[in-house]
Design a protein around this ligand. Structure first.
Ligand SMILES: [Zn+2]
Length: 503
């Protein structure tokens, strides 16, 4: 079974066949470092982090390159507002960007070139384009001539003549065609500048990606990624420059991520409806944020709200539940639940099948254009099976005889999540770390006579299930309230009371 990816260029899912077997050359447009990134930006970087992780897990050797745009109009403007140099401002937000990526669990790029360190190569590409008749100079500016590149508009599915009649293009009489875009901009007073054959100036934004991707990876790139709002004009222009300059295909597979929305509007700095990633991560663990984003396919729009984040937190707890239960059960040992018409053997076969099915489905879904939502559904299927085994089925067994299959199930849950970069904290709290009052509570409500915190919790769980089965709501509610006062989480689930502690 091959991996299939949706290629924006052909608007179809295609079998993924990289230019060389077992290796992937991947380029993703990086940030313009003039401010912190918001979580809409973060979604794009997360998408390509997951794609990279999955390809690596499938055995590909991935080289992942991402640029940093450290010279740009926005940087110049912001630096002037703050009264610092553009270099200082860019440095500050480059550091902030890298630390926010670390905090979200994004793997570091293989290489991360800076625009300002690539200027001589950019000048060389502009010269190549002028020589081959794809670009022209006017008063120290250099423009790319879109009419000189026959396939212009193909990536974004736009017709060049319709684009031209569009009213939104500002008219600059020095351009041969209103769609022509800047490769090189003559320096204005106070702006950062580099010497060039056309006088002092700086590169246009589109140019850097063409230059850096070719320099770091060679052509064609296997995967070029970015958010869908970069398709036009940014990626259309990158493609025109690169193919005009090299005479070869620029990219094999163009992958674009859907946008994060707030009330059905794109999250953006210009609309002011954004939240910085760092502020979201101050409230929600990275794994919860990742889970929230991956529950939607990467190409679909994703509506952002704190309600959705809370739902993701609950989903996270649902996954962690059986893993923690297993840890607790291992310590308090006997479960003595092997009853009913099923033998433990039938339960073991069922769970074993659940483990195999979950892995097969995970691969099937991820192979299908990285369907993380389907992949997570496979994980949740196994979570349900493990819960059933623990609570309706034989549990770990009186002598721990079911531990091997339960450990395999736990690993079967953790492995795909690990591929997705979701870490599940499932360590049961050591008994000594439970609040000491728990023993007293267990003595009062469950007739417990030991001194172990985990055992006390287990006794309380059983006693509360008994109270509930007898419809003794006064006792059941009082137990829940007392446990919650002590900081334990009490949940009523179809299979009975679940008590967790410690995050
Ligand atoms: Zn780019």
């Amino acid at each position: 079974m091959a991996i299939r990816v949706y290629n924006t260029m052909t608007r179809t899912k295609e079998a993924f066949v990289p230019r060389e077997p077992d290796t992937v050359a991947m380029y993703v447009c990086g940030p313009t470092v003039y401010n912190h990134i918001h979580i809409g930006n973060a979604r794009t970087f997360l998408t390509f982090d997951v794609i990279r992780r999955y390809l690596e897990w499938r055995g590909f050797d991935v080289t992942f390159v991402q640029n940093i745009t450290d010279v740009d109009d926005k940087i110049i403007r912001r630096a002037a507002e703050e009264g610092v140099s553009t270099a200082e401002l860019a440095q500050t937000y480059t550091v902030a960007f890298r630390s926010a990526m670390d905090a979200l669990g994004i793997e570091k790029p293989s290489r991360q070139p800076l625009a300002t360190q690539t200027v001589p190569r950019m000048i060389a590409m502009v010269e190549r384009l002028i020589t081959s008749g794809h670009a022209y100079e006017v008063d120290g500016d250099v423009y790319f001539s879109v009419r000189s590149f026959p396939g212009y508009g193909k990536l974004s599915g736009r017709d060049i003549n319709e684009l031209e009649s569009g009213a939104r293009i500002e008219v600059d009489e020095r351009k041969e065609d209103p769609l022509d875009f800047a490769l090189w901009k003559a320096a204005k007073p106070g702006e950062p500048r580099w010497p060039s054959p056309w006088g002092e100036g700086r590169p246009g934004w589109h140019l850097e990606c063409s230059v850096m991707s070719e320099q770091e990876l060679g052509l064609p790139l296997d995967i070029h990624g970015g958010a869908s709002d970069l398709i036009f004009p940014h990626h259309e222009n990158e493609r025109a420059q690169s193919e005009a300059a090299s005479g070869t295909t620029f990219v094999k597979y163009w992958l674009h991520g859907g946008l994060l929305q707030v009330n059905a509007e794109k999250m953006s700095k210009s609309l002011g409806n954004f939240m910085f990633l760092k502020d979201v991560l101050a409230v929600y663990p990275a794994s919860v944020v990742r889970l929230f984003m991956m529950q939607t396919h990467y190409r679909s729009p994703l509506e952002f709200s704190t309600d959705r984040l809370e739902e993701a937190r609950t989903a996270y707890e649902r996954i962690a539940g059986p893993l923690r239960d297993l840890e607790v059960a291992k310590r308090s040992r006997a479960r003595e639940r092997a009853e009913g018409s099923w033998t433990a053997g039938a339960w073991v076969s069922r769970l074993t099948k659940g483990i195999e099915d979950a892995k097969a489905r995970f691969i099937e879904e991820m192979d299908d254009d990285f369907n993380t939502a389907g992949a997570l559904a496979a994980v949740f299927g196994l979570v349900r099976e493990m819960n059933a085994f623990m609570w309706e089925g034989p549990g770990i067994g009186a002598h721990g005889e079911n531990l091997p299959v339960l450990e395999r199930a736990a690993a079967g849950i953790k492995e795909p999540l690990d591929v997705l970069g979701i870490e599940i904290e499932a360590k049961a709290t050591p008994a000594s770390e439970y609040p000491p009052e728990i023993i007293e509570l267990a003595v009062d409500y469950a007739g417990y006579d030991g001194t172990d915190g985990a055992e006390a919790v287990d006794a309380l769980r059983k006693a509360r299930d008994v109270a509930r089965s007898q419809k003794n709501w006064v006792v059941a509610d009082a137990m829940r309230d007392r446990l919650q006062e002590l900081g334990l989480l009490v949940e009523d689930r179809p299979d009975g009371t679940h008590i967790t502690y410690g995050r």
